[in-house]
Design a protein around this ligand. Structure first.
Ligand code: AHR
Length: 503
């Protein structure tokens, strides 16, 4: 049995959790929109064609923002194609995903859908094939209450009041050669800074996210961040990060340690942003928007191959990862890592939300279900709001080929908004040994266990399907904790949510 200690203190507050870290992402990609959130004629569809069964699952996750409409898709998108009478909207080729885009779901539908799903849009502008002028036109359409032409266009489409969209992404993954309209750091820095300044002149209340690196392995990282932020520091509020992890070679011990890479990635972006802050002689700190993150590899290579000569069809199934137990553990470790950086990571979007690398799957014409990764996200979103407490965790180390020595325990504590509950999120990375976890919650006069939720399965490859939810959390009945001590056992390869009532 492994022994571990987790020590925290009521007075050692790290940072408030920004609820926007529980955001997600819907792109016009595969069956995310068509056959995912939007399926007119489906028995569960409402009058707008939005699937209510899918909306119910999204509401369970309490997702504050949904990034839209891409992703790679946005870099070739003409937003005007998706507004106005549906029978007049053009079908277009989307070169990013080699797909026919019918445009029957566009901006106005997305805003309506977000309302129905109790969420808000985080809108991305096209800085690939388009630029500053279209970005401000789109912003005018969405947010302006003047008798000006794009605002009138919105009114003519039946939307009198502005949408008041507050969060905007200045393009998508512009550092990647795969991106339509890919740019060098210098080229992107100029267009991002100028677009940002123009957008803020139209609506000073918005917040803007500049593109950072598409992954920690990008050759231009972290020079990209330095160049972009040095040019645009005054004009933007956040720098983005994207990160997906994979286990192509079946090296589970390394895969489970992926969050150590995320931890370093975040720290380096912080450093680059602070360097730019010093150069700008600014008193303002740029936050991080980790606006694409997840595990992605099960069908990725196959999809890439398939896309080379795929016929042009609407909503072909793409990126339909079926997630297993070890994927859920990596997702859990990533959430813990984000929380540990709560002072800088202010926005994070699990990529994506439905069907495409997603916690929620649907069958077109059929049901919908929760994937394994749904659960760590759910627990963090429900119980990880409040204040992250500084903590020290002591557990043994294991050696893995990708990241060297890695602790068995990944953990963080969040003091709830009401301050009457401390939740410890913990992953035991050992594949074979139980972990006896001692919790030392200093400064709290009393503590008693509310519940200990566990997600695990004897088979790390177990998955959920429409017919059967094999991987779901259960409450550990044998865990105890009162007056500061007890017995909490974290089973091998498990995600744990330990909720303690405190005073
Ligand atoms: O989320 C899927 C894709 O991954 C997005 O379109 C792109 O931004 C990233 O490469």
């Amino acid at each position: 049995m492994l022994k571990a200690r987790f020590i925290t203190d009521k007075d050692m507050c790290k940072a408030a959790v920004d609820r926007r870290i529980y955001s997600s992402f819907i792109e016009h990609l595969g069956r995310a929109v068509y056959g995912g959130i939007y399926e007119p004629g489906h028995p569960e569809a409402d009058k707008n064609g939005f699937r209510k069964d899918v909306i119910d699952l999204i509401k369970e996750l309490r997702v504050p923002y949904v990034r839209y409409p891409g992703g790679n898709f946005v870099s070739g998108y003409r937003w005007e194609d998706g507004i106005g009478p549906k029978d007049k909207r053009p079908q277009r080729l989307d070169a990013a995903w080699r797909t026919l885009e019918p445009n029957t779901f566009g901006l106005d539908e997305a805003v309506e859908w977000a309302k129905a799903a109790d969420t808000e849009l985080m809108m991305a502008v096209n800085l690939g094939t388009r630029g500053l002028e279209d970005a401000v036109n789109l912003l005018e359409y969405c947010n302006i209450d003047a008798p000006s032409s794009y605002a009138e266009m919105r009114r003519a489409n039946g939307h009198e009041k502005p949408y008041g969209i507050k969060l905007w992404c200045l393009g998508n993954e512009m550092d990647g050669k795969w991106q339509t309209g890919h740019k060098t750091a210098e080229e992107y820095a100029r267009i991002a800074a100028e677009t940002a300044r123009a957008m803020k002149r139209i609506d000073p209340s918005i917040e803007l996210v500049a593109c950072g690196s598409s992954g920690s392995n990008m050759p231009t990282f972290p020079e990209w961040e330095r160049i972009v932020l040095t040019e645009a520091y005054d004009a933007v509020d956040y720098i983005s990060m994207h990160q997906y992890y994979e286990n192509y070679d079946g090296d589970t011990l390394s895969f489970l340690a992926s969050s150590t890479d995320l931890d370093r990635f975040i720290s380096t972006v912080e450093t680059a942003a602070d360097y730019a802050k010093a150069v700008a002689r600014s008193g303002r700190t740029i936050g991080i928007s980790l606006d694409e993150w997840n595990v992605w590899y099960h069908v990725r290579r196959e999809d890439n191959k398939r896309m080379e000569d795929m016929p042009w069809t609407a909503a072909p199934p793409l990126c339909e990862e079926i997630y297993n137990v070890e994927d859920a553990l990596v997702v859990g470790c990533m959430l813990i890592t984000m929380l540990r950086h709560a002072d800088r990571v202010k926005i994070a979007c699990m990529a994506q939300l439905v069907n495409v690398i997603a916690p929620i799957m649907t069958r077109t014409g059929g049901g919908c279900w929760r994937q394994t990764i749904f659960y760590p996200f759910l627990h963090a979103s429900l119980y990880g709001r409040g204040t992250v407490l500084e903590s020290v965790s002591k557990s043994g180390l294991y050696e893995c080929s990708k990241y060297g020595d890695v602790p068995y325990l990944e953990s963080v504590a969040v003091l709830s908004e009401s301050e009457e509950e401390v939740t410890v999120f913990a992953v035991n990375r050992s594949l074979s040994e139980d972990m006896d976890l001692s919790l030392d919650l200093r400064g709290f006069s009393k503590g008693s266990l509310i519940e200990h939720l566990e997600l695990r399965h004897d088979n790390l490859g177990a998955i959920n399907t429409e017919k059967e939810e094999r991987v779901r959390p259960s409450a550990r009945k044998d865990s105890t904790f009162s007056d500061g001590s007890g017995s909490i056992i974290l089973r091998p390869a498990s995600w744990n949510t330990i909720r303690i009532k405190v005073r």
